[in-house]
Structure formats: structure tokens, C-alpha cells
Ligand binder design. Sequence first.
Ligand SMILES: [Fe+2]
Length: 195
Amino acid sequence: VARPIKLSHYVLQSQNPHRLASWYAALLDADIVFKSDFLTLLTYDDEHHRIAFAALPPATGGQIAKRENGKPGLSHVAFGFGSLSELLTCFENAKGRGDAPVVSLHHGPTISLYYKDPDGNNVETFIECLPNAKAAMDYMLSPAFQENPVGMPFDADAALMKLRSGALAADIMAFDRTKKIDVATLGRQTLEALG
Ligand SMILES: [Fe+2]
């Protein structure tokens, strides 16, 4: 057995790699550590690069300049934040730049806000809501998760207001399992939004 020790980085091909790099740098409060015509590298921690942007030749004729919905492939990449406050600061800043999430959900194990980058790729930002990975695994194996693996809509604006008025993050993050949710509809809307 020889498993990788980590997931390090991914690379997006784009006809606007610099625009994309700036967008990700702003969303993730990350640094551009290398920039050229062909390749731009970005990181936000001790990894030398986390996301790279590779230039595609300019679009001509029938070439696709943006990710198309409904195609097989990568749906999204998820970035974990350290606290509700940080997740919502990221949200507030993104909104201030005109980038509201396309989907906001409390999944149960995580609160997840999904954005679309300028090329149409989905990006998830999230926080863990359960105390540790074991608790999250247990929850995913529970009947509650089998019944509703999607979760429920999460109002990030309301959460931010509550947090700023002094509510406890733990209270805002509580998952109300008694709430009636049309799981099939919410699941379909989510898949469509992130298609
Ligand atoms: Fe995800």
C-alpha cells in the first residue's frame, strides 16, 4: 500500500488565468507567488502552491471559453475555514465584490457556501460543525444522514447579523433536525446550481 500523504494543489486551465488568479486570491485571502503569461501560482498556507492557473490559447470559433454546465468532470473544490466568523468574513468580502454564493447550505456536518468563479467553476467554502472527523463519520453513517444528505438552506446574511449582535457561533451552527425539508427538491436545486 502506498497512499498519497496529502492533496496538494489543482490547476485550472483558463483563457483568463490572471483574472481567475486575482478572483481566487481575493476569495481565499491568498497570495500570488508566481505569475507568468503561461502559469500563475497561488497559496494561502505553507504549501508552495495550492491552486495554479494555466493559460489556454485564446478562444477562436467554436472553442469553449467557460466551463459548461452538465458536463462530466469536477464539480467543485472545497476550502475549509477555521471558524464561522472567518467563513462569514469571507462571505461578506465576496459579497462586497459582487460575488454572492450560488448555494448556501447547512449540510449537517458542515456549513457550506458555494461560489462561481469568473470561468464558471464552483468553489466551496465551509466550516466543520461537528467536533471531529469521527463525529462527522458517525453522522454520515446515521439514519438522519441517509434521510437527508443535503441539509437545509443556510442564510449567511442572517447568520452574520446574529454573530455581530453577540450570538454564540455554536448556536448559529446548530443543525435543527426537526425542520421539515423537501430533500429531493433541495438536492435537485443544488445539483442544478453546481452542475
Ligand atoms: Fe463539497
